[in-house]
Design a protein around this ligand. Structure first.
Ligand SMILES: NC(=O)c1ccc[n+]([C@@H]2O[C@H](COP(=O)([O-])OP(=O)(O)OC[C@H]3O[C@@H](n4cnc5c(N)ncnc54)[C@H](O)[C@@H]3O)[C@@H](O)[C@H]2O)c1
Length: 259
C-alpha cells in the first residue's frame, strides 16, 4: 500500500497518550517524520520510542502547548531538524468538570488555553512554515460536545465549539496558499481522558460507565483512538485535497441520535 506521508513532517500535539499517540504512530507508519509535542515527559518519550522501534523517525519536545515560547521553540526545532512543517494536528486537550457557578476561573482558563489558545498559537507559527513549502494541512480536534453537550462541561464545550468556527476562518484565509484546515469531532473514545471521566462519574464501577456511554452511541460501543487516527490521516493527506473548512464526526452515530 502507498505510504501517504512519505518524507512529510508532521507535528502532533498531545501525542504522548490517547488519540494523539495513535495518530502519531499512524502518521509514522505511513512514512511521516514526527514531531511529538506533549507536557508529559514520560508519555512523549514513550511515543517517540515506539515510533523509533518501528523504524520511524521522531523527535519529542516536552512543554506546555498553551505557552507561546514553547510553541515558537517547537516550530523552530522542527524546522532545524526536519526542514519545515507539512502537517499540523492540534490534538492536545483537557477537560475539568463543573457548572459555571462551581468552576473556578483558573479551571476555565486552563481549558480554554490548552484547547483553544494553543490551537491559535500552533497555527500562527506553523502556517508561515507551510507557506514556504507551498502548502500544508491542519487538522484540529473538536468534539461531539461542540454541538450536543453533556452537563458540567461549559468551558470544554465552548472551546470545542470555538474550534469549529476557528477552523472555518483559517481555512478561508489560507485556501489560496494551498493550506487546508479541517476539524474532527470524536464521540466517546477509550483513552485516559474517558477513563478519568468514568472514575469520576461511576467510581464504583468505571467499566460499567464506559459500557453505558458506549450504548449511547448507535454503533453500541465507544470508539478506539486508532479509529480517530484513520480520519485525521485522511484529512491531512492529499486524498482530501478538495476538502477544507470541514467538520467531520467520528462518533459512532452519536450526533445522529435523539437518545
Ligand atoms: N477521549 C474522548 O472521548 C474524546 C472525545 C472527543 C474529543 N476528544 C479530544 O481529543 C483530544 C485527545 O483526547 P484524549 O482522549 O486522547 O486525551 P488524553 O488525556 O488521553 O491525552 C491527552 C494528551 O494531551 C497531553 N496534554 C495535556 N495538556 C497538555 C499541554 N498543556 N501541553 C501539551 N500536551 C498536553 C497529555 O499529556 C496527553 O498526552 C483532546 O483534544 C480531546 O478533547 C477526546
Amino acid at each position: 500500500m502507498k505510504r501517504r506521508f512519505e518524507g512529510k513532517v508532521v507535528i502532533v500535539t498531545g501525542a504522548g497518550k490517547g488519540i494523539g499517540r495513535a495518530c502519531a504512530i499512524a502518521f509514522a507508519n505511513e512514512g511521516a517524520r514526527l514531531v511529538i509535542a506533549d507536557i508529559d515527559r514520560e508519555a512523549g518519550a514513550a511515543t517517540r520510542q515506539t515510533i523509533e522501534d518501528d523504524g520511524g523517525e521522531a523527535i519529542f519536545l516536552a512543554g506546555d502547548i498553551a505557552e507561546e515560547a514553547y510553541v515558537k521553540t517547537l516550530v523552530e526545532e522542527t524546522r532545524l531538524k526536519f526542514g519545515g512543517v507539512d502537517v499540523l494536528h492540534n490534538n492536545a486537550g483537557v477537560v475539568r468538570y463543573g457548572t459555571v457557578v462551581d468552576q473556578s476561573v483558573e479551571d476555565w482558563d486552563y481549558q480554554i488555553n490548552i484547547n483553544l489558545r494553543a490551537t491559535f498559537l500552533t497555527c500562527k507559527y506553523c502556517i508561515p512554515e507551510m507557506r514556504k513549502r507551498g502548502g500544508g494541512a491542519i487538522v484540529n480536534t473538536s468534539s461531539a460536545q461542540a454541538v450536543a453537550s453533556q452537563r458540567t462541561v461549559a468551558a470544554y464545550a465552548a472551546s470545542k465549539g470555538a474550534i469549529v468556527s476557528f477552523t472555518t476562518t483559517v481555512a478561508l484565509d489560507h485556501a489560496r496558499e494551498n493550506i487546508r484546515c479541517n476539524c474532527i469531532a470524536p464521540g466517546s473514545i477509550h483513552t485516559g481522558m474517558l477513563d478519568d471521566a468514568a472514575h469520576l462519574f461511576g467510581p464504583d464501577d468505571p467499566e460499567r460507565m464506559i459500557g453505558v456511554w458506549g450504548e449511547q452511541h448507535p454503533i453500541g460501543r465507544v470508539g478506539k483512538p486508532e479509529e480517530v487516527a484513520q480520519l485525521a490521516l485522511f484529512l491531512a493527506s492529499d486524498e482530501a485535497a478538495f476538502i477544507t473548512g470541514a467538520f467531520y464526526r467520528v462518533d459512532g452515530g452519536l450526533l445522529s441520535s435523539l437518545l
